[in-house]
Design a protein around this ligand. Structure first.
Ligand code: CP
Length: 307
């Protein structure tokens, strides 16, 4: 029962609670019309202190497809944030006006802070380089639908493993399912944070390797999760320019992969997947973004307790 909960970290829900969300998402996928009025009279706030295409639009589309309404901002300077209003005061106000809030903020921990001042469910839509739990719901639903379940996969994660919040959330979430192994592919400078290596992988005896070359390992991988080098988290432009094209997945590299491997990416991509890969049946990143809307429909309905 997740009615009224906040979703700040992917581990806030038990595996059983996640299953409830995925079960509802697959019912919505089968017959979306059946759910088009379940949120009549409800309002979702989308507070985006950082840019977004998929997360904000998919939340808004999700609420509209459930019959609810939306309000919010995509540019904090259009609200009283520009006059110096604190996050806690903004959240107190918004939780009076609306029934549920999705918030993206550049500061790690901001969603947790918001949850302390809110009387309605807060959904973390990304807090700095920390977590992005609804991307994880999207990723898990995609894997469940396209790879027949969440167990026994070799998951290659490639690119910016240091700043990529989707990576941190995905490793945490997939570590709870049995038999999963990780192949972590990154330059030395962008390796996963120590806390993920020690507290999640080693502590739970999860098998993993860390390598620098995608070509050396691609043939082992069942799910290849490509990521963008996170320009906005770098302090040094030169360093970003040096690392941004560390990995470019193209047809040639794909020829070394399994026939049933899937390529995922949270998007947006910059250069890390060539456009020529889009036509490969193994490229599922646009399908993944579509599942993101359906899983957010299920999440909103469950948190509001309407289903
Ligand atoms: N995947 C994702 O978070 O995309 P946006 O930044 O466009 O929301």
């Amino acid at each position: 029962m997740i009615k009224g909960k906040h979703l700040i970290d992917p581990m806030d829900f038990t595996v059983e609670e996640l299953n409830e969300v995925f079960e509802l998402a697959s019912q919505i996928i089968s017959c979306p019309e059946k759910f088009s009025h379940v949120c009549d009279g409800k309002i979702l706030a989308t507070l985006f202190y950082e840019p977004s295409t998929r997360t904000r639009f998919s939340f808004e589309a999700a609420m509209m497809r459930l019959g609810g309404k939306i309000l919010g901002f995509s540019e904090p300077n259009s609200s009283s944030v520009s006059k110096g209003e604190t996050l806690s005061d903004t959240i107190k106000m918004v939780s009076i006006y609306t029934d549920i809030v999705a918030m993206r903020h550049p500061k790690e921990g901001s969603a947790k802070v918001a949850s302390l001042f809110s009387t309605v469910p807060i959904i973390n839509a990304g807090d700095g380089g920390h977590q992005h739990p609804t991307q994880t719901l999207t990723d898990l639903l995609t894997i469940k639908m396209l790879k027949k379940g969440l167990d026994n996969h070799t998951i290659g994660i490639c690119g910016d493993l240091k700043f990529g919040r989707t990576v941190h959330s995905l490793i945490k979430a997939m570590s709870r399912y049995k038999g999963n192994k990780f192949v972590l592919i990154s330059p030395q400078e962008l390796k996963i944070p120590q806390y993920i290596r020690e507290e999640i992988l080693k502590k739970n005896n999860i098998e993993f390797i860390e390598v620098e070359r995608l070509e050396d390992v691609i043939e082992q991988i069942d799910i290849l999760y490509m990521t963008r080098v996170q320009k906005e988290r770098f302090f040094n432009e030169e360093e970003y320019l040096r690392l941004r094209d560390s990995y470019i997945l193209n047809k040639e590299k794909m020829s070394g992969a399994k026939d049933d491997m899937i390529v995922m990416h949270p998007l947006p991509r910059v250069n890390e997947i060539s456009y020529e890969v889009d036509d490969d049946k193994r490229a599922v990143y646009f399908k993944q973004a579509e599942y993101g809307m359906y899983v957010r429909m299920a999440l909103i309905a469950k948190l509001l307790g309407v289903l």
